[in-house]
Design a binder for this molecule. Sequence first.
Ligand SMILES: [Zn+2]
Length: 262
Amino acid sequence: MAPVTRRVGPVEVTALTDAVGPFFSPRAEAFPDATAAQWDAADRLDPLSVHDGEWRLRFRCFALRTAEGRTILVDAGIGSATAPARAWAPVPGSLPAELAAAGIAPADVDTVILTHLHTDHVGWAVEAGTPYFGNATYLVPRADIEAFATLNPALDGELLAPLRQTGQLSTVDGDRDVAPHVRIVATPGHTPGHQSVLLADTMLFTGDLLVHAVQLVDPALPYAHEVDAEEARRTRMARLAAHTGVLATPHLGEPFTPWPLS
Ligand SMILES: [Zn+2]
């Protein structure tokens, strides 16, 4: 898949598709409250994400290249054949080829922002025990590190320990400025420490603040796989109500969605 690039002021944003594949359960189970009319609206909005009535999703990362020469990666995909997502996601992903097509070497990446610690967002962060982005600082929400010690204990050895060992792990508490125009904003609920990235106040890299277009049709719709569905709903509604510009999403069919919907 050819990388898709957009410019936001002085920052060049490139969408990188690691993989495409089916969701692991029927979509009606993922969004039990969605009505037939809402599914119809979602399928019109995002026709690439439905295939024979099933949810077919992208696993996408974004690279931000700034005027100062910074290269920032938002999320790290599903990873290689041996990555933690292998149990359910269509590994191996193709992020290395996508990065190469965009002219980005792994060593060029100076910052990796992980929106949260679900396995389909951390795949290429560490490969075979070694940080894949050898020169990068990894910005990981502290609340997720604490929560996933219980939610997914294997992740400590597979992901966090190698990053600690090389001194590349930087824990994030709430909002943080990462580069000129690039800001991490806390969006808890999907996971306790979930974070999104706001670029120049116009492009919001949502992470899993939303995972399907049906949540743009109705941001109040709960998703079955949130750690705290009520907090996730509050966060999603407030953040989307406050945002005008573009949503850059990991799982929708197209990487960029104008928001609010016209
Ligand atoms: Zn996800």
